[in-house]
Design a binder for this molecule. Structure first.
Ligand code: NIG
Ligand code: FE
Length: 425
């Protein structure tokens, strides 16, 4: 790959709008950053390289979506209607709907169908500047279907310009065939599924849904033990609907992250701080299930726990394909600041994947994965609701996406209005 200097840009290299360089330049060699800084300080050796003008755009590291369930069959729009009629997320799950209904649809779908539906959700994320994404299994709940989901996740990473990190979430819900035998299912997860899937190279991390409608602390710990034996990092869906002590357990296993956390208490916060476990907040799920219990943001701040944000893209609690929407929801619903949400989808999200060395920050000798934004200020990234903002997405120094030019054709509007006029009008 040829050497290139990107210039005429404003740089926010660590995702923190309080640390920026106006009129900056970025020199890229073989896909990695060779140098960055103020353009006037550009070392001579780079001055001779070809230059690409970014027109004064703001540049940040590519975004990181560190918690998604992007691969699944079907959708749950019908359940959304039930919830609008008054049923709660938990009630629907107890009636055999919820996660288990997506399990049926996922088991029925073949790899091509799963790939196609997940790709349709991935593309909007990528065109917003997502350069790394975590994708969980957990809608198969038996070996072949969990394997199918993870294979599709890996295939997405080969087909699209994004780093995909896979998480085995076999302990997401109890499959119907194990009704009343949760411990036996956990045995299968720990002794059969996880080792075989890890052996195939399909697992980067292991997750558990520790909850009244998920698995107990004891069962979660057995999954963590199994992961630890295989040298795999762990994470947890913790304290989402009730306080179970899952976050503290996660900290004991040096979890990469504990996620959701609406019901987290101070002891859990403290344990996470000591273990270096990232708090992944999921405002899309909070919003979509109309949760009213806020995660303990002030405690997280006070103890200095890094906060990440993610889409939690899934059919039941967050059917979202926009990480920028989470910035807006994080600010409005959780009262996070713009610097907090921006670092929450860059640096801290990368750390929640255990890949703070690779993603979420621009620095010499790191990959040149960045986004040029069509905004006047970085606050706009959290401000606009639904407006496409990425002008250009660059991966390893190469442009992989440019915002499409407007395709409106003048002169058509009047005719269209005429033909849409109701009869008799
Ligand atoms: O992250 N909490 C459990 N898992 C998902 C929801 C899954 C579903 O409802 O399909 C979540 O919110
Ligand atoms: Fe989730």
């Amino acid at each position: 790959m040829s050497d290139l200097v990107w210039h005429h840009l404003n740089l926010c290299a660590r995702g923190d709008p309080n640390e920026t360089i106006a009129d900056a330049a970025l020199a890229v060699r073989d896909g990695d950053i060779a140098w960055l800084g103020a353009a006037r300080d550009l070392p001579r050796e780079f001055a001779r390289w070809p230059h690409e003008d970014l027109g004064g755009a703001w540049v940040t590291p590519s975004l990181v979506d560190c918690h998604t369930h992007l691969v699944y069959g079907g959708d749950r729009a019908d359940e959304f209607a039930q919830r609008l009629a008054g049923a709660s997320y938990e009630e629907i799950a107890r009636r055999g709907g919820g996660i288990v209904s997506t399990v049926r649809a996922t088991r029925e779908a073949d790899e091509d169908a799963l790939f196609a539906s997940a790709a349709a959700r991935l593309e909007p994320l990528l065109s917003e500047g997502v350069g790394a994404i975590e994708i969980k299994s957990g809608y198969g709940l038996e070996f072949g279907s969990e394997r199918k989901m993870l294979r599709v996740a890996r295939a997405l990473g080969r087909r699209y310009p994004v780093s995909v990190y896979t998480t085995f979430l076999g302990a997401h819900a109890l499959p119907p065939e194990y009704a009343g035998r949760a411990d036996a299912y956990i045995d299968d997860v720990c002794k059969r599924m996880l080792p075989a899937l890890a052996d195939e190279g399909l697992v980067d991390a292991v997750d558990v849904f520790c909850e009244r409608i998920g698995f107990t602390l004891g069962q979660s710990e057995r999954v963590f033990e199994a992961a630890t034996r295989l040298n795999l990092p762990v994470k947890m869906h913790a304290e989402q609907l009730s306080l179970t002590g899952g976050a503290a357990l996660s900290a004991r296993y040096r979890a990469l992250s504990a996620d959701h956390l609406e019901f987290l208490d101070e002891a859990g916060v403290q344990a996470m701080k000591e273990a270096g476990t990232v708090a992944v907040l999921l405002p899309g799920a909070y919003y979509f299930i109309r949760e009213t219990q806020l995660p303990p943001i002030d405690l997280l701040r006070r103890h200095g726990v890094p906060i990440a944000l993610a889409t939690d893209s899934n059919p039941g609690t967050s059917p979202s394909t926009s990480l920028l929407a989470m910035l807006n929801l994080g600010c409005t619903l959780f009262r996070l600041t713009v610097p907090e949400v921006l670092q929450g989808v860059t640096r801290h999200a990368a750390r929640a994947l255990g890949r703070g060395d690779r993603h979420g920050e621009l620095a010499p000798n790191r990959p040149a994965d960045f986004v040029a934004w069509s905004v006047g200020t970085l606050s706009e990234l959290a401000y606009w609701m639904g407006r496409p903002l990425a002008a250009r997405v660059v991966r390893a120094g190469a442009t992989v996406y440019t915002a499409p030019a407007s395709r409106w054709i003048s002169g058509v509007a009047a005719d269209a209005r005429a033909s849409n006029r109701p009869k008799g009008a």
